[in-house]
Design a protein around this ligand. Structure first.
Ligand SMILES: Nc1nc2c(ncn2[C@@H]2O[C@H](COP(=O)(O)OP(=O)(O)OP(=O)(O)O)[C@@H](O)[C@H]2O)c(=O)[nH]1
Length: 231
């Protein structure tokens, strides 16, 4: 499988869009069409909902019914606007099945962000998260952004993993955490937006602005949505 030719790293502007700031104190003035791109990978056991998570974000749709396991790896692009900057996320959907592991390992190296999913109705998918994190540390870049997601939060009647256990594992590894639903769309956009914001801030951090904190952003956005849900 060959990737798209435009799979440039974050911070690579188009040739005609000017250069990003060089840290010399020049005020940040990005051209309107400035675009960053970042490679994001979806990881986790087979059946946790990676493909559905991507399709919900890309098309706002949920594929219910028959489960067709991903073979190998596939990707979709989506552009999101972050503080007036367009960030093109190139999102790679990997096969969770063990037999495809060696294929997907090759793609870790140039990923800027990894969304690691488990299924809240599957204790095994949660128990395997430590093994996924070990793989990530072996194959991915040291500074890769990692987010832990407990998916299928809509099926609370079959919950096998407590929210606190997800949060506590995430704390142990120092990564942000959310429960999500690819079915209802809960926190799907937030997960990708948080990644896009983090990638944008890494590429073009205005000197007079405080550093973007992905943990704080997720927490504040979740508080906002839970407060509004009861308003
Ligand atoms: N209720 C519910 N079902 C979900 C959700 N996400 C995925 N599913 C279902 O879970 C099954 C597996 O979803 P996929 O997205 O194909 O899983 P995957 O992680 O991509 O699996 P692999 O391609 O084998 O790695 C499908 O039957 C989906 O309909 C969710 O958030 N809620």
């Amino acid at each position: 499988m060959s990737g798209p030719s435009g799979a440039a790293g974050i911070g690579t502007p188009p040739a005609d869009s000017g250069d990003p700031p060089d840290g010399s104190g020049t005020p940040l003035a990005l051209p309107r069409d400035y675009e960053l791109s970042g490679k994001v990978m979806l990881l986790g056991d087979s059946g946790v909902g990676k493909t559905c998570f991507l399709l919900q974000f890309k098309d706002g749709a949920f594929l219910s019914g028959m489960f067709i396991a991903t073979v190998g790896i596939d990707f979709r692009n989506k552009v999101v606007a972050v503080d007036g900057v367009k960030v093109k996320l190139q999102i790679w959907d990997t096969a969770g099945q063990e037999r495809f592991r060696s294929v997907t390992h090759a793609y870790y190296r140039d990923a800027q962000a990894l969304l690691l999913l488990y299924d809240i109705t599957s204790k095994m998918s949660f128990d395997n998260i430590r093994a996924w994190l070990t793989e990530i540390h072996e194959y991915a870049q040291k500074d890769v952004v990692i987010m832990l997601l407990g998916n299928k939060a809509d099926v609370s009647s079959e919950r096998a993993v407590r929210t606190e256990d997800g949060a506590s594992l995430a704390r142990e590894y120092g990564v942000p955490f959310m429960e999500t639903s690819a079915k209802t769309g809960m926190n799907v956009e937030l997960a990708f937006l948080a990644i896009a914001k983090e990638l944008k801030q890494r590429a073009v951090q205005p000197q007079d602005e405080p550093r973007f904190q992905i943990h704080d952003y997720i927490e504040s956005q979740q508080k906002k949505s839970s407060c509004c849900a009861f308003a």
